[in-house]
Design a binder for this molecule. Structure first.
Ligand code: MN
Length: 247
């Protein structure tokens, strides 16, 4: 994998047009600059199903389609906001949909990709909710509802989630260290890349006597930090900076 770009937690939404425009511009300039783009979940604020006719979401599909048509490999892992992205979305964009954990070789380092919510094992309430809404029968039932009804339910659920999040201690919603180590050992990797927590950082630590690294991608509410892997270096960099470098 010579050059790859990783991003997550864009939470694209019509009410934040600047973020969407910046992301689409980044995708438009990516061909020739990177060989692969990995989107690790929560691309949009809410994805009600692949039949969605929302204007911004159709623009997103088009932007991703243009990226893959230009020869860039695109892999999409879903998060808690967009886990209903399925095969039609993959077909329309040319993306490969990745499972919750996916292993890649990145500049010779075995690297594990994940959205990040599964690492937050202290948030038992959320993990139970996750299991409930992802049950196949429940999903099929939800996708059978009219689009407007799906959007209405999602808005109501989000309002409830925001309330429960503000009542939770901060540490509950962060990745849990022993779970991070457990998953890295189990998958035999030295690097983990994830988003979800909105706490961008590169954590370096000892993993069984050798260096381990956890890269946390940024959200696009406050900033726009993406992870760029080039033969020369790997770094967290702001999308805005990249756009000026790629002009
Ligand atoms: Mn998330």
């Amino acid at each position: 994998m010579p050059r790859a770009l990783f991003a997550s937690d864009l939470h694209l939404c019509a009410s934040r047009p600047a973020q969407a425009a910046r992301f689409f511009e980044l995708l438009a300039r990516a061909p020739g600059r990177v060989d692969a783009v990995y989107l690790l979940g929560d691309l949009v604020e809410f994805w009600p199903g692949d039949d969605d006719d929302d204007v911004l979401h159709r623009q997103l599909v088009q932007a991703l389609r243009s990226l893959t048509l230009a020869g860039v490999d695109l892999a999409v892992m879903t998060g808690n906001r967009d886990f209903l992205m399925q095969s039609r979305f993959a077909g329309e964009t040319g993306a490969e949909l990745l499972p919750d954990y996916h292993r890649v070789e990145l500049a010779g380092v075995a690297t594990l990709l994940t959205h990040g919510d599964l690492l937050c094992t202290r948030d038992v309430q959320y993990l139970q909710f996750r299991e409930t809404v992802r049950a196949p029968a429940r999903q099929a039932q939800f996708l059978g509802l009219p689009l407007e009804e799906r959007r209405r339910i999602a808005n109501a659920t989000r309002a409830g989630t925001q309330q429960s999040m503000s009542a939770k201690d901060d540490y509950i919603m962060d990745a849990e260290e022993t779970e991070v180590m457990r998953v890295m050992r189990q998958q035999g990797v030295r690097r983990l890349i994830h988003g979800h927590t909105h706490r961008p950082a590169i954590h370096q630590f000892d993993l069984d006597g050798a260096p381990g690294e956890r890269v946390v991608l940024g959200d696009w509410y406050e900033g726009d930090l993406v992870y760029l892997c080039e033969p020369s270096a790997n770094r967290l960099v702001s999308a805005e900076t990249l756009l000026s470098l790629w002009s």
